[in-house]
Design a protein around this ligand. Structure first.
Ligand SMILES: Nc1ncnc2c1ncn2[C@@H]1O[C@H](COP(=O)(O)OP(=O)(O)OP(=O)(O)O)[C@@H](O)[C@H]1O
Ligand SMILES: [Mg+2]
Length: 215
């Protein structure tokens, strides 16, 4: 296509259409209808997600958010670990306080299930949460457990240059949320183990990551 790809995730290529809009396209053709529906609901509720302009098959045209990802900012040293952990915890608190869609089961909330520093953009107006591929309804503790597990996975990875920061971050994040993560770590582990984008090296770290959260 004519537009310039400016980012490539594990699942999607992202093209800048102009200064205000990006196109995110799933390489495997996954339909974006469900995530676009949640994102539109969240945007209307005042939660910081990119505004959806168009959803069509594997293509999502959305607002282009300015600023580095939280991971880039951590690597560059322009944000410290403690405030970054507080941003993640704050996004989860805000998300879980919102009303779910009408088809939710009683007591369930909207879960992101992939909230980590590479899916948050630090826009000058505040943090914006991207990458709603795994969005669904469920118990908030599962979302918290998933983030703790993802951070712990980076913390126990010998190849990860940010391992020490990830360990400090998972502790600060869990502390901020009063350790709601622990009860649902087993469920989060099963979901992450079944995630097809996990490499064999990452899968091999999962048990040690879970152990870090429960000891
Ligand atoms: N609305 C947006 N505005 C600005 N940048 C964006 C936007 N959406 C995505 N990006 C950029 O593209 C990258 C990949 O996007 P995203 O995380 O949605 O794709 P992905 O393939 O699901 O990624 P992964 O599975 O690797 O986390 C983001 O980290 C971000 O740098
Ligand atoms: Mg992503």
């Amino acid at each position: 296509m004519a537009a310039t790809p400016f980012a490539a995730g594990r699942d999607a290529d992202v093209y800048a259409l102009d200064d205000a809009r990006v196109l995110r396209r799933y390489r495997d053709g996954t339909d974006v209808a469900v995530e676009a529906r949640f994102m539109s609901h969240l945007h209307a509720a005042g939660f910081p997600v990119p505004r959806v302009h168009r959803a069509d098959g594997a293509d999502l045209v959305m607002q282009r958010v300015a600023g580095p990802t939280m991971l880039q900012a951590l690597v560059a040293g322009t944000i410290e670990v403690a405030p970054a952990a507080a941003v993640l915890a704050g996004l989860h608190r805000r998300l879980h306080a919102l009303a779910p869609l009408p088809d939710a089961q009683h007591g369930d909330r909207i879960l992101h299930l992939d909230l980590h520093p590479d899916n948050v953009i630090l826009d000058p107006g505040g943090p914006v949460l991207l990458d709603w591929r795994n969005v669904r309804h469920g118990p908030p503790g599962l979302d918290v457990a998933m983030t703790a597990l993802i951070l712990a996975q980076a913390a126990v990875d010998p190849e990860q240059p940010m391992a020490a920061a990830a360990d400090e971050m998972q502790r600060a994040y869990r502390h901020a949320l009063r350790d709601h993560a622990v009860p649902l770590v087993t469920e989060a582990l099963a979901i992450r183990r079944a995630n097809p984008t996990q490499t064999p090296t990452e899968l091999a770290l999962l048990d040690a990551a879970a152990a870090l959260l429960t000891t």
